[in-house]
Design a protein around this ligand. Structure first.
Ligand code: CDP
Length: 255
C-alpha cells in the first residue's frame, strides 16, 4: 500500500528527491531489473500437526500457511449443504513489521482474509465437501511488501499438501509503477513510494484472474503492461510451487 510520500527519511535518512528507486540503467535499489522477482523459496509440509502446510520466503517476507480440514463446519447454522466453506485467516505477527503491530485482526487483515478466501474458494472443489469447513491460516512472521501474494502462494501449496482436490495452485504476485516505470514484485520502499501497486493471482491452467486489487494511478497502457508482466511472473512462481510439492512428495515416498 502506498503510504505518505513525504516519508523520505525512511530511505536511509535521505530525501526522496535525492534518492532514486530506479537508476538510469533501469536497475532498482536492490539490484533487480524492472521485471525481476525477488528470490523465492517455498517448502511444503513443514508442520506435523496441520493437515497441510507450507513456508515461503520471498525477499524479506517470511510466511507460514497451515490448513486444517475439511472438518464438519460448526456451529451447524454456518454449514452450506452444497459445498465447503473456505475460512482463510491472514495474520501479521506483532514482530513482523518495524513498528510493533497491535495483535489481532484489524480492517486490513479482515479484507486480506476475505479476498484470499474468495480466491481459494474458486480453485478448491468445495462441492466435494458439503457442510464442511476448511481452515487456512496465514501467519506473516516477517513482512516486507507483498505479504498477501506470498501468503496466497503458500496457502495453495498447503491446500495441495493437505490433499484437498483443486483445479490448480494459485501463484500470486504484485506488479506496479515506480518512478514512471512498470515494475514487478515491489519491495518495501517501492511499495511505500511508488505510484501504483497491483497484487494479482492467476489460475495458471485457465489463465483466469482470481485476485486483483489496485492502489494508485496507471494509464490503460501501463495497466496492460502490468497485467502481462504479472501473469508471466505467476507462471514462474507456479513452477516453484510445483517443485516444492514434488520435493515434499519425494521425501514422503522415501519415508
Ligand atoms: O503486504 P502487502 O503488500 O500485501 O499489503 P500492504 O497493505 O500493501 O502492505 C505493504 C507492506 O507494508 C507490508 O508488507 C508491510 O511490510 C508493511 N506494513 C506495515 O509495516 N505495517 C502494517 N500494519 C501493515 C503493513
Amino acid at each position: 500500500m502506498r503510504r505518505n510520500l513525504n516519508y523520505g527519511f525512511l530511505l536511509g535518512g535521505m530525501n526522496m528527491d535525492e534518492k532514486k528507486l530506479i537508476n538510469e540503467k533501469n536497475i532498482r535499489l536492490d539490484g533487480r531489473k524492472l521485471g525481476e522477482l525477488r528470490p523465492i523459496k517455498i517448502e511444503a509440509g513443514v508442520l506435523n500437526r496441520a493437515d497441510g502446510s507450507a513456508y515461503i520466503e520471498w525477499g524479506g517476507n517470511k510466511v507460514l500457511a497451515a490448513v486444517y480440514g475439511p472438518i464438519e463446519a460448526k456451529p451447524r447454522h454456518i454449514q452450506n449443504p452444497t459445498k465447503a466453506i473456505i475460512d482463510c485467516r491472514y495474520n501479521m505477527a506483532a514482530f513482523s513489521v518495524g513498528e510493533r503491530k497491535r495483535p489481532g485482526p484489524g480492517r486490513r487483515s479482515i479484507e486480506i482474509s476475505k479476498v484470499m478466501s474468495e480466491a481459494l474458494e474458486y480453485v478448491v472443489f468445495t462441492e466435494k465437501f458439503p457442510r464442511a469447513k476448511i481452515d487456512v491460516y496465514i501467519e506473516v512472521l516477517q513482512a516486507s511488501a507483498g505479504t498477501r501474494c506470498a501468503g496466497l502462494t503458500a496457502a495453495s501449496v498447503a491446500l495441495a499438501d493437505a490433499g484437498i482436490p483443486m483445479i490448480d495452485l494459485l501463484p500470486a504476485c504484485a506488479v506496479g509503477k515506480v518512478e514512471g516505470q512498470v515494475v514487478l514484485d515491489l519491495d518495501k520502499e517501492e511499495d511505500n513510494f511508488g505510484e501504483a501497486d497491483i497484487p494479482l493471482s492467476v489460475v495458471p491452467r485457465t489463465n483466469e484472474i482470481v485476485l486483483l486489487q489496485m492502489d494508485g494511478q496507471l494509464t490503460i497502457k501501463e495497466f496492460e503492461k502490468c497485467m502481462e508482466m504479472g501473469m508471466n511472473a505467476c507462471k514462474d512462481i507456479y513452477e516453484l510451487q510445483k517443485a516444492a510439492l514434488k520435493e515434499r512428495y519425494a521425501v514422503f515416498t522415501e519415508e
